[in-house]
Design a protein around this ligand. Structure first.
Ligand SMILES: Cc1ncc(COP(=O)(O)O)c(C=O)c1O
Length: 502
């Protein structure tokens, strides 16, 4: 397995540990500590990605280019949990002993509402323009609808404009496209950790863009008021460290509401972070894919598009998608909002490869324009169900005496299982993850989010109550040492990881 590379040009050691594209825990195998000796707490700056030669990866295919081998390596290394789950998915009737997936960030609570709405007769239209090559930014009727939708839900002070909208097949493609059009090969984005780890691949696989981590701590120290707090000082420190090592940082990625923390940035924080970016002429990608999944009434969410004035509108790019807020991760719909026409057009040009079918564009316009259904049916019910599911899991965690963080947004709880590790290492974290998987429950481990403290896990709660209960029961068995597999010496705990990532 190759987790370590030396960048010849900068002398920096870069650490490549993939996270799943499906947003579940990845598998890096055992011995992580050994392979990544530059522990984050000893070395404030650690970079992700490769700017230089690519041939140091696995040479397991004579058919692939060096790029192709890296791309395949990411897949092989990252998807183990997800693949294992798909081979043995839990099903109430057909496979009751299958794996319960509390690892993938999907909302499975509202399929009934969605299927009813999406099968109504107004959803299907076939006309020549929908079957022909489109404007690659997206059909105008859809961009107009997206602009109206975002103006309303983001509470923009003035109507947003269709010419600033580009639609494409999901947030992942948008990261990939933005990375490619904003950065040169080897340049980087700043990102606070823990973060939705698949962004590493999204920006790297096509664009060869890297990430510079802004490591956040669970410990509340100094001026911090809550765990894993992002501050401008931390952004400044990471940026200066990157600069001093010769790494060109082109932008900052903010996820709001945050994945995996569920944090929501206040208006003041947003303004400070955007001000920081403006001072350093950095682009800001603001990922708001969970903006309508704020289920706690007291949580005050504000979109960056609600600001009276963006500090640097030409360098501020907002993304939203239906994958999370509408529980449709399989439909593949995402959108960019940027005032920068060069960026919009460059991304649109890549939509030849990431575009949406005309029929889906039509459906999405119908959905987004149905404000009555969204406001009166879908959102209230979705929030009620998210809240109930969250209560169910958080009560279980409290009963188990497990500390956790959760701020009323998103589909996940950030769970502190540090006390269950025999030593505070990522190898131990991986072993615990495997014990859960062996006991048929999939979680995501903190390393997949580049959390610097071993022992944190993300637990997704947006699923039906009986699955949550069963999943929590299986978690409890592992933590109390009562699972079959945890005690079984022949369990896969003692075997090599099954990915081909060597
Ligand atoms: C914060 C965040 N952004 C983007 C994505 C990717 O979304 P999509 O499924 O639309 O590609 C995810 C998926 O988990 C996510 O959590």
């Amino acid at each position: 397995m190759f987790t370590h590379l030396k960048n010849e040009s900068t002398g920096l050691t870069t650490c490549l540990i993939p996270a799943s594209t499906q947003d579940v825990g990845s598998s890096c195998g055992n011995g992580l500590e050994k392979e990544c000796p530059g522990k984050p707490d000893q070395k404030p700056l650690e970079l992700y990605g490769v700017g230089g030669p690519t041939a140091m990866f696995s040479t397991d295919s004579p058919y692939l280019s060096s790029r192709g081998r890296i791309i395949k390596w990411f897949w092989d290394s990252a998807e183990e949990g997800y693949r294992t789950y798909h081979m043995d998915e839990y099903d109430e009737d057909k496979n009751p002993s299958g794996i319960i997936n509390l690892g993938t960030s999907e909302n499975k609570l509202c399929f009934d509402l969605l299927s009813r709405r999406l099968t109504q007769s107004d959803m299907l239209r076939v006309e020549p323009s929908l079957l022909q090559y489109p404007d690659w930014r997206g059909h105008l009727f859809l961009r107009e609808e997206v602009a109206r939708f975002l103006s309303f839900y983001c509470k923009s002070p003035a109507p947003l404009k269709p010419e600033n909208v580009v639609v494409l097949n999901g947030g992942a493609s948008l990261f990939s496209a933005l990375g490619t059009v904003l950065c040169e090969v080897g340049e980087a984005f700043l990102i606070p950790t823990p973060y939705y780890g698949a962004i590493t691949q999204h920006v790297y696989l096509y664009g060869n863009v890297r990430l510079v981590y802004v490591y956040l701590d669970s410990e509340v120290t100094g001026l911090d008021t809550h765990p894993f707090q992002l501050t401008v000082e931390k952004l400044e420190t990471a940026l200066q460290a990157a600069n001093s090592e010769g790494v060109k940082v082109k932008g900052l990625i903010l996820i709001n509401p945050q994945n995996p923390l569920g944090d929501i940035y206040s208006l003041g924080e947003l303004q400070e972070f955007l001000g920081f970016a403006k001072r350093h002429k950095l682009h800001v990608i603001v990922d708001e894919v969970y903006m309508l999944s704020v289920f706690e009434e007291s949580a005050m969410y504000c979109s960056v598009l609600s600001l009276e004035r963006l500090p640097d509108p030409q360098r501020t790019h907002v993304m939203w998608a239906t994958s999370k807020d509408f529980g449709m991760s399989g439909l593949r719909f995402g959108t960019l909002y940027t005032e920068n026409q060069d960026v919009a057009i460059a991304v649109a040009s890549l939509c030849r490869y990431h575009g949406l079918s005309g029929l889906v564009q039509y459906q999405m316009a119908q959905l987004l324009r149905d404000r009555d259904w969204i406001n009166q049916v879908y959102l209230p019910e979705n929030h009620t169900r998210l809240k109930a599911a969250h209560t169910c899991v958080s009560e279980e965690l409290r009963a188990l005496g497990i500390p956790f963080l959760s701020r009323g947004a998103g589909f996940f709880i950030w769970v502190d299982l540090r006390k269950y590790l025999r030593e505070g290492t990522f190898g131990e974290e991986m072993l615990l993850w495997r014990r859960f998987l062996d006991n048929k429950v999939l979680l995501s481990f903190g390393k997949a989010f580049e959390c610097k403290e071993p022992g944190w896990f993300r637990l997704v709660f947006s699923d039906k109550a009986h699955r949550l209960r069963l999943g929590m029961q299986r978690i409890r068995q592992v933590l109390e040492g009562k699972s079959q597999v945890a005690e079984d010496p022949s369990s896969c705990l003692n075997q090599e990881p099954s990915g081909q990532h060597r």
